[in-house]
Design a protein around this ligand. Structure first.
Ligand SMILES: Cc1cc2nc3c(=O)[nH]c(=O)nc-3n(C[C@H](O)[C@H](O)[C@H](O)COP(=O)(O)OP(=O)(O)OC[C@H]3O[C@@H](n4cnc5c(N)ncnc54)[C@H](O)[C@@H]3O)c2cc1C
Length: 377
C-alpha cells in the first residue's frame, strides 16, 4: 500500500499552489467585498492547463483523472473558495457534461473552447421546485421539427451571468419522466439571466436565475440520447463529489492555517494562546480531521480512476470533508476571539464560504441516503 503522491503529482501540487497563491489569493478578500468574478482568470487557468485537467488531449485537455482534479481544487480553494466555485461549475459540471455525453461536434464547439478558456460554461439542474430531487424539474423541452422549444426556469445557476453556454436539464417525456440535457447559448432569444443572487458566502461566484421563455434550441444541441440526460450523468455526478470534498479540504486547510498563525501570535495571560494545552489539542484535532478527510477523498479518487466501485466512498468523502470544513471554519473563527468575528479576519470568510459545500452536489442528508443504500439498508 502506498499513500504517497507520485513525484509528478507532488510537482503538480506545488505548481497548483504557486498558481493559486499568485492568481487567486490576492483577490480573495477584495472580491468577497465587491462580488465581482475575475473572468480573466479563466484564460490564466487555461494557460496553466487546469481547465482541461480531466479531459482528453484530443480536445486540448490534460488526460488527468479525479485525483489530479482533487489535488488542483484543494489548492485553488485554499486561496479563494468563491473564485474556485466558478471554476468548479465550469470544469466539473458544464465541461464534464460535454465530455461524458457530448458528441464529437459538440465537444469541438463547446468543450475545446471551454478548455482554452475562450468560452465559459454553466450547468443548470436546480429549480424552485426541484433541488435534491433532480427529477422533479418543471422545465419542458417540446419538439418542433428539428428543434426543441424550452420553457421553464433554473434557480441557483452558478456562472450563468458570465456564461457563453449553459448545459441544462429539461423534461422531454412527461409521461415517463424522461429528462434530457441541452446546450443553450448566451443571447438565445427568450433566454434571460437574473442579477446574481445575494448569498452568505462564495461572493465572487455569480449564481443567478435563468428563465427560458420559448427558447428555440436545435436538436444538434441536445447532449446524449433523448430522455437519458440525467441517467447518463450519474457517474459524473458521483465523481464531482470527490472534487467537492477536495474543495472543502482546501477551505479547512486555510482556516486551520489562519487559526494556527493566530494562536502562535496572540498573547494572553503572558503567553501565546498556543501554550494552552486545550488549544494545542483543538489544533491537533483539526489537523487530524483534515488528514482523515484527505485520505477518504484520495481513496475515492483512486477507486474511481482505477475503475473500481466508488459511489459509497465518494459520498463518504464528501460528507466527511464538507462537515469537517464547516466545523474547522467555525473553530478557527472562535480561536480568533472577537477579531474572528470582524470582517477583517479571514476566518469569518471561510465560515461563510464553506456551508454551501454541505448543500451542493448532494446535501449531507441525501449522501447519507446514498451511503445507507450502498450498505444494503
Ligand atoms: C451558491 C449556490 C450555488 C449553486 N449552484 C448551482 C449550479 O450551478 N447548478 C445547479 O443546478 N444548482 C446549483 N445550486 C443548487 C444546489 O444544487 C441545491 O441547492 C441542492 O441541490 C439542494 O437543493 P435545495 O436547495 O432545493 O434543497 P432541498 O432539496 O429543498 O432540501 C432542503 C433540506 O432538506 C433536506 N432533504 C431533502 N430531501 C431529503 C430527504 N429525502 N431526506 C432527508 N433530508 C432531505 C436537504 O438535505 C436539505 O437540508 C447552487 C446552490 C447554491 C446555494
Amino acid at each position: 500500500m502506498d499513500f504517497a503522491l507520485t513525484r509528478e503529482q507532488e510537482e503538480f501540487r506545488r505548481a497548483a499552489r504557486a498558481f493559486a497563491e499568485k492568481e487567486f489569493a490576492p483577490l480573495a478578500a477584495e472580491r468577497d467585498e465587491t462580488n465581482v468574478y475575475p473572468v480573466e482568470l479563466f484564460k490564466r487557468m487555461a494557460a496553466a492547463g487546469y481547465l482541461g485537467i480531466k479531459f482528453s488531449s484530443e480536445y486540448g485537455g490534460d488526460d488527468g483523472g479525479n485525483l489530479d482534479a482533487a489535488i488542483l481544487f484543494e489548492e485553488l480553494a485554499t486561496a479563494s473558495a468563491g473564485i474556485t466555485l466558478g471554476m468548479y461549475c465550469h470544469v466539473i459540471l458544464a465541461l464534464t457534461a460535454l465530455d461524458r455525453i457530448g458528441n464529437a461536434e459538440q465537444k469541438r464547439r463547446y468543450l475545446a473552447p471551454g478548455i482554452r478558456g475562450a468560452k465559459i460554461g454553466a450547468f443548470g439542474s436546480a429549480e424552485a421546485g426541484a433541488g435534491s430531487d433532480i427529477t422533479a424539474i418543471a422545465t419542458r423541452a417540446t419538439r418542433d421539427g428539428d428543434d426543441y422549444i424550452l420553457n421553464g426556469a433554473k434557480l441557483f445557476c452558478t456562472n450563468s451571468p458570465l456564461a457563453d453556454f449553459i448545459a441544462l436539464s429539461a423534461v422531454t417525456d412527461a409521461d415517463k419522466r424522461g429528462i434530457s440535457l441541452f446546450i443553450v447559448e448566451r443571447g438565445a432569444p427568450g433566454l434571460r439571466v437574473s442579477k446574481p443572487i445575494r448569498t452568505l458566502g462564495m461572493h465572487p461566484a455569480q449564481t443567478a436565475e435563468v428563465v427560458l421563455d420559448n427558447v428555440r434550441v436545435p436538436s444538434a444541441n441536445r447532449l446524449g440520447e433523448e430522455n437519458r440526460g440525467v441517467a447518463n450523468m450519474l457517474t459524473a455526478f458521483a465523481e464531482g463529489r470527490i472534487v467537492a470534498a477536495a474543495f472543502a479540504i482546501g477551505i479547512a486547510r486555510a482556516a486551520f492555517d489562519a487559526a494556527r498563525r493566530y494562536v502562535l501570535d496572540r498573547v494572553q495571560f503572558g503567553q501565546p494562546l498556543a501554550k494552552n494545552q486545550v488549544i494545542q489539542h483543538r489544533l491537533a484535532d483539526m489537523d487530524t480531521d483534515i488528514q482523515a478527510a484527505r485520505l477518504l477523498t484520495h481513496q475515492a479518487a483512486w477507486l474511481a480512476d482505477n475503475g473500481r466501485p466508488f459511489v459509497k466512498e465518494a459520498s463518504q468523502a464528501k460528507v466527511f470533508a464538507t462537515e469537517t470544513a464547516a466545523r474547522i471554519a467555525a473553530q478557527a473563527m472562535h480561536l480568533q476571539g472577537a477579531y474572528g468575528y470582524t470582517m477583517e479576519s479571514t476566518a469569518q470568510r471561510y465560515y461563510r464560504d464553506t456551508h454551501v459545500l454541505e448543500i451542493g452536489e448532494g446535501t449531507s442528508e441525501i449522501l447519507r441516503n446514498v451511503i445507507a443504500k450502498q450498505l444494503g439498508l
